[in-house]
Design a protein around this ligand. Sequence first.
Ligand SMILES: [Zn+2]
Length: 102
Amino acid sequence: MSRVVSMACPHCGAPASCRDTRTLSPLYRELTYQCRNTLCGHVWVCGLEAVRTLSPSATPAPEVRLPLSPHVRRRALCGLPCAPANEESDDADDQCLPAPAR
Ligand SMILES: [Zn+2]
C-alpha cells in the first residue's frame, strides 16, 4: 500500500488530491496535485526530496549520497550508537562531551 502526503491548495486552502507522481532519482520525486475546490481549479507540482539520514541503511546503495543528520554525525564521532529513526533531536544531550578529568 502506498500513501501520498496530503496537502492543501496554496491558494484557497481546500484539500488537494495527488494526481501523478514521477520518480526523478532515488532521492527526488515530483507529485502533481489538483485542488478539490471546483471554483479554484489550481493544479501544481511539488518536490519530495530525501534530505538527511537518521539511521544508516544496513544495505546502502552505492549511488545514494544522503548526509547524516547532525545529531547522528555527532553520535558517530563519539562512538555512540545511532538514535532510533523516530528520535531526531538536536538536544544538548546528543552532543559529545569531553571525558571527565581524573
Ligand atoms: Zn484551491
